[in-house]
Write a protein that binds this ligand. Structure first.
Ligand SMILES: NC(=O)c1ccc[n+]([C@@H]2O[C@H](COP(=O)([O-])OP(=O)(O)OC[C@H]3O[C@@H](n4cnc5c(N)ncnc54)[C@H](O)[C@@H]3O)[C@@H](O)[C@H]2O)c1
Length: 400
């Protein structure tokens, strides 16, 4: 069976490698020719533990190839971005142009027995839109188009394990799509189990999972603001509350970032604004947290000319992904307030990053007068004593 993975980013590349490891003939396709050139030269373009080694093995076994030209395939996996944008009224809208264009490309090559698996996180009824696009391009009637939505739920940093060991949801539009997609995932999975459902439930399942986390983190972030007013330690409070057997409050931070948790709740809210009141409140709570942190920092500086050192720019510990990062938002607010600052993001290139000066850790410690710990990167954990030599604001409880 030949599988083509469309979109070779944080999700598509590890997925292509895992499918090749399971014995499928895999072709990775991306519209970004630079990505294809990098992969064809034997290198990978994202940071993920174990990925380079797994990539080398899959390529050496001859099961994994890359091409910038899409060709016929038994199965097309779609793992393209699904960001949001804000329209002229400020409303958040899902941007589905990448899914639609991938669907049109695959549709031009689709045969009646082929399967299309949508792994991207999408708003309700996107699988239906994809089936319609595939039908328009291929001429196959829509009810004979085999689409399954199988949302990806891996965590960056542990992807190579989770791809084989997380349970998978197979939300199929036809019985044939359910059988074919389940058979593929069952071949890949070691401990994980396949759960079959319809496409709409699968779409909502992924959004529900990430929205649950957003709401829970919003609660933690709200507690951090309340505790600040009360003068008590929010991290100790949450640790004690979590001793209760049915309580599990997540950790507050500088906000919520990344391509998933900060985005997916908007996909529900966009379609159900009258009902999604808790979801909206959580989004607003998390989006406002960087401003709260900026104000705390400004209020703590001894002199207005002091330099603030921001420790961490990515959206979570030990990854290089800067998308929707609240630490970057914090830097932009510090800039707006006229504060001198530098940042250290060890997983990103040094130099200018989105208007922020990214410097090595030692340089930041030497130059900054006041530190803001926005992430628990291992490098920062290992240097807590050095960080503690300067006044600091700890957003994540690292210095506890
Ligand atoms: N990154 C994560 O941790 C994560 C986790 C779970 C789910 N997801 C979801 O997976 C999807 C992909 O996310 P990602 O982080 O891998 O994105 P990414 O930006 O890292 O990669 C997407 C890739 O798709 C390519 N692309 C765009 N249009 C294309 C087309 N028509 N044909 C082929 N390639 C095309 C881009 O060039 C890019 O290389 C999103 O919907 C995201 O929400 C991501």
């Amino acid at each position: 069976m030949k599988i083509t993975v469309m979109g070779l980013g944080y999700i598509g590349l590890p997925t292509a490698i895992t499918l090749a490891e399971a014995g499928f003939e895999v072709c990775g396709f991306d519209v970004n020719e630079k990505t294809i050139d990098t992969l064809q030269s034997g290198k990978i373009h994202i940071v993920e533990p174990g990925l380079q080694q797994a990539f080398d093995q899959a390529v050496a076994h001859g099961h994994l190839q890359f091409s910038s030209k899409l060709a016929a395939s038994d199965v097309f996996y779609i793992a393209v971005p699904t960001p949001f944008f804000q329209d002229e009224t400020g409303a958040h809208k899902a941007d589905l142009k990448f899914v639609e264009s991938a669907g049109r490309m695959a549709g031009g090559l689709l045969e009646p027995d082929n399967l299309v698996i949508l792994e991207s996180t999408v708003p309700p009824r996107t699988s239906e839109m994809l089936a319609r696009v595939l039908s328009e391009e291929s001429g196959i009637p829509m009810d004979k188009i085999h689409v399954a939505h199988c949302p990806e739920r891996v965590i960056p940093g542990n992807m190579m394990y989770e791809l084989k060991n997380n349970d998978r949801i197979v939300g199929a539009r036809t019985p044939e799509a359910a059988e074919m997609a389940a058979a593929i995932y069952e071949k890949v999975l070691e401990k994980g189990v396949v759960h079959k459902t319809d496409d709409l439930t699968a779409e909502m399942c992924k959004l529900t999972e990430n929205t649950f986390r957003d709401v829970n983190i919003a609660y933690a972030n709200e507690l951090s603001v309340i505790c600040d007013k009360m003068g008590i330690d929010v991290f100790e409070l949450i640790k004690l509350a979590n001793c209760h057997p049915r309580v599990n409050i997540l950790t507050p931070g500088v906000g919520v970032g990344g391509h998933c948790i900060a985005v997916d709740p908007w996909f529900i809210y966009e379609q159900f604004p009258a009902e999604a009141k808790v979801i909206l409140a959580a989004r607003e709570r998390n989006e406002n947290k960087p401003r709260f942190v900026a104000e705390k920092v400004v209020g703590s500086l001894k002199k207005v000319t002091d330099t603030v050192g921001v420790l961490g720019l990515s959206y979570k510990p030990d990854v290089d992904d800067l998308r929707e990062s609240p630490s970057i938002e914090l830097c932009h607010i510090l800039k707006e307030k006229g504060v001198n600052f530098i940042a250290c993001e060890p997983f990103a290139p040094m130099g200018e990053l989105d208007g922020i000066r990214n410097v090595p850790f030692d340089e930041l410690l030497a130059k900054a007068d006041y530190l803001v710990v926005t992430l628990g990167h291992t490098l920062f954990k290992e240097n807590k004593e050095r960080i503690a030599q300067k006044p600091y604001y700890d957003c994540v409880g690292l210095m506890e």
